[in-house]
Design a protein. Sequence first.
Length: 187
Amino acid sequence: MTSVKYKICIFGDGGVGKTTLTQRYMTGVFQEKYQLTIGMDFYLKKLEVDDIDVSLQIWDFAGEEKFRFLMPGALLGAHAAIFMYDISRYGTLENLDDWISLFKETNIKENQDVPFVLIGGKLDLDDIRAVSKEKGREMANLYVAMGWIECSAKDGTNVSKIFEEMARAIIERQRSDKKETKIRLFE
């Protein structure tokens, strides 16, 4: 059986659910409270995708602006990225402009093409939604993301799907060397 290792970076404002998403995926457990990430945290998860052993290196990036200077270094060697916003806080979607601008500048400077997906977190807060599904899809298209989906680390909705489909898309992209490979995350 073939074995591969992929690096996935997760970016977005503080408090959007990056760490809870990662922890839910890693352990299957939702924890209500986490301390803010300082700099970056790293995780390793093994899974099987289409008869391929995949090791995902997940880089959970701090959301505070003071840590953004670390982003270019974090992106080196990355195979994909996640940009996450909180569906109950519209400002977290608006702030993705700054995150994605720095991301695209880094890709150009480093002569790399790291694909990314846009994820709306905290779907369990649908009753106080501030970002419509339509707006999320629209922004994913505007940013030329490989995919878009909403998830809930609290109840587990779409958590495993995100990482499994990202791994599958990276595999397809490497096999075909197609830069436009889509992740099957669009709802």
